[in-house]
Design a protein. Structure first.
Length: 375
């Protein structure tokens, strides 16, 4: 069987084969080789390539003897074997030099005097002080954290209270705005009602004392005022004087007036301070149309004023009555009768009420009757 070198591929001679077979036992021998001198190795190291040296070295790491039957045999030629041995010797020399340097460093370290040991008591005291300070700082930290939690809780509570107050303020503002709007509407309604009441009062006055006029004569509540009906006019004015006197006594008003109901010859006196009373007739002293209209208007205005005072002073559950022809006549606001609802109808009931006719314009002239209710 022919063997070839595993490195260069050249056939091996018998001497090369024998050298390869003994390689395992030679590599396992522990011989002390003194490589510290300057002698050169017995091999031609100059002819050895580095790549071949590493290749040979890794090949010889198997450290097994080479035999003819061994499948793991790695035969080398003499030249390759010398290269392998040279690389091994170089590696040993390098390792020896590094070992020397390590030994020198160890010797230097062993000669250095170690520093004296520190004072353990002082260190323990310092450690205990540091631990006490650490525990104090840690306790202070826990305290500050609790305080922070309390402050945050208080801030949340304050925020909730503030929001609740804002909601309450907004609700109160809305209620105030609604109240102002209601007050404004109430004022507007009151003004409107006042205007309407004033208009109704004026209409009621005209309805209570209708004065119809034309070119020839006039009537007041159906009482004819003309040059042909002076007796009727005087009788009607006497009834008005009687009604005014009754209301004057019941209401205790118009003390400066003295009404004397004497039928067609009735009079009214005006009390004047420091002077004698001025007496005005409530009948047709002179049968003229102008005088009749003047006296009729004066009596109607007095009656209207007294009626307003009566409504203001007497509630609905009170009634005023007076005697007329031996019969009691009630003046009650709640009564549904014509006489109680409209006192002027009681006057009409005592007089002849003719049908309204075309009347002429009413001329108010002559002396006027002073006092409340007069235009």
């Amino acid at each position: 069987m022919e063997f070839t070198c595993i490195s260069c591929g050249n056939p091996l001679s018998e001497s090369d084969l024998e050298l390869s077979i003994n390689l395992g036992s030679a590599a396992s021998m522990e011989e002390d080789v003194d490589l510290s001198g300057d002698e050169s190795p017995p091999f031609a190291l100059d002819a050895i390539d580095d790549s071949e040296t590493m290749n040979f070295y890794s090949t010889m790491c198997t450290n097994e003897p080479m035999t003819e039957s061994s499948t793991e045999a790695m035969p080398l030629c003499e030249r390759c074997f010398e290269s392998l041995a040279g690389s091994i010797i170089l590696d040993i020399q390098r390792t020896t030099r590094e070992t020397g340097r390590y030994n020198e460093a160890i010797d230097q370290l062993s000669t250095v005097t170690p520093p004296p040991p520190p004072d353990l008591t002082a260190l323990e005291l310092e450690e205990s002080q540091a631990m006490a300070e650490f525990q104090s700082v840690q306790a202070e930290l826990h305290k500050l954290r609790r305080t922070l939690a309390e402050v945050r809780a208080e801030a949340e509570k304050t925020t909730a209270d503030t929001e609740e107050r804002w909601r309450a303020m907004n609700e109160a503002q809305r209620e105030a705005d609604a109240a102002c709007e209601a007050a404004r509407l109430h004022a507007a309604v009151s003004t409107n009602l006042s205007t309407m009441l004033a208009s109704l009062r004026e209409d009621a006055t005209l309805a209570l004392f209708p004065i119809v006029d034309c070119s020839t004569h006039a009537t007041i509540c159906g009482i004819t005022l003309s040059s042909n009906d002076w007796a009727e006019t005087s009788a009607a004015l006497g009834v008005v004087a009687f009604l005014i006197s009754v209301l004057q006594k019941k209401l205790d008003i118009f003390g400066q007036f003295t009404v004397s109901p004497q039928g067609p010859q009735s009079t009214i006196a005006i009390e004047r301070q420091g002077k004698s009373a001025q007496v005005y007739p409530l009948h047709m002293a002179r049968p003229t149309k102008k005088g009749a209209v003047q006296l009729g208007m004066a009596c109607c205005c007095l009656l209207h004023t007294i009626a307003e005072v009566y409504v203001a002073q007497f509630p609905d559950d009170d009634a005023v009555s007076f005697e007329r022809d031996g019969h009691s006549v009630d003046l009650d606001e709640r009564s549904e009768s014509a006489e109680s609802r409209r006192p002027i109808d009681a006057i009409n009931g005592l007089s002849v009420v003719p049908e309204p006719r075309a009347l002429g314009p009413v001329v108010a002239g002559g002396a006027t009757l002073p006092g409340p209710g007069l235009p």
